[in-house]
Design a protein around this ligand. Structure first.
Ligand code: GUN
Length: 280
């Protein structure tokens, strides 16, 4: 079965709309984008569009690719201090001359909508709250929605990024899955992948996961998005995998819409947590 990420995202967005309507004032999401990476600009436009659709205010803070690390951090600090701003995201990747960890750490943890700061990341590791990064949150929502049991299942994650692979591994571990993380230096990727009950691919290499790397009946979650041969492709050979998997996410229309929906949810979570007096 093909998992409809757009429909699942719409469910989450509808819940966000209802919550926003109950607030006495309006949350505001600030998006910081540095340089002119085209896909990043498309993602941010989409995030801003979704703010409008859910009744959340937004501001876009654009800096040139030549901006220094200090200039970027100063912009983030201004947003930290701005009472009108509920939540801040710094779109990744950042230009190579910038230390992304320093920039992320400059975001006030109480406004860190991506849950990327070390304070919030440790919550994900310890399983203290369900305020976790947007893409892992969206993936877990989809798996649960399909009625698939996470506890006790073997989840294999291909890709160890800070945005998806690492936080997702801890989130699944906290749900009592057995988790394997594979990456570019893993020996015999096929052996690991074929042992997965739930296979999550987040590498960004089109078609790296072939049909013969998937166990019959496995759940396949494809997080990869690449432009190749004139179209958008995931990490998984969809045609091969669709015959073998029990559930599979398409690209586009799978995990992508979930990331944006959970960004909206995280914005409202922050607003309710730190502006609690505004709730009717
Ligand atoms: N770049 C790719 N995905 C993400 C994300 O979820 N958040 C941010 N801030 N940047 C990204």
């Amino acid at each position: 079965m093909i998992i409809d990420g757009k429909a699942a995202a719409e469910e989450v967005l509808e819940q966000v709309r209802v919550r926003v309507q109950k607030l006495k004032s309006t949350p505001c999401l600030a998006a910081v984008i540095v340089g002119d990476d085209k896909p990043s600009h498309i993602y941010v436009k989409n995030k801003i569009k979704m703010c409008r659709s859910t009744g959340i205010k937004s501001v876009e803070c654009e800096l040139p690719g030549s901006a220094s690390q200090k200039e970027i951090i100063d912009s983030v600090k201004k947003l930290n201090e701005d009472k009108e701003i509920t939540a801040i995201l710094v779109q990744l990747p950042l230009p190579n001359h910038v230390n992304k960890y320093s920039v992320i750490e400059s975001i006030a943890p109480s406004k860190d909508v991506d849950a990327f700061t070390s304070a919030n990341f440790s919550n994900t590791v310890f399983g203290i709250s369900d305020f976790i990064p947007c893409t892992p949150a969206g993936i877990i929502y989809l798996i649960k929605k399909m009625g698939v049991r996470i506890e006790g299942s073997h989840c294999v994650i291909v890709g160890r990024s800070e945005i998806v692979g690492k936080p997702l591994a801890f989130a699944l571990l906290n749900l009592n899955a057995t988790v394997t993380i594979c990456h570019s230096k893993t020996h015999d990727l096929k052996k690991h992948c074929t042992s997965a009950d739930i296979l999550i691919c987040a590498v960004g290499k089109p078609g790296i996961i072939k049909g013969d790397m998937i166990k019959t009946g496995a759940v396949v979650i494809d997080v990869g998005i690449s432009r190749s041969e004139g179209r958008i492709r995931g990490d998984v050979c969809f045609e091969e995998a669709a015959n073998i998997a029990s559930y599979i996410t398409p690209v586009p229309g799978g995990v992508g819409p979930m990331t944006v929906a959970f960004l909206m949810k995280n914005t409202v979570d922050i607003f309710e947590k730190y502006h609690i007096l505004n709730i009717e």
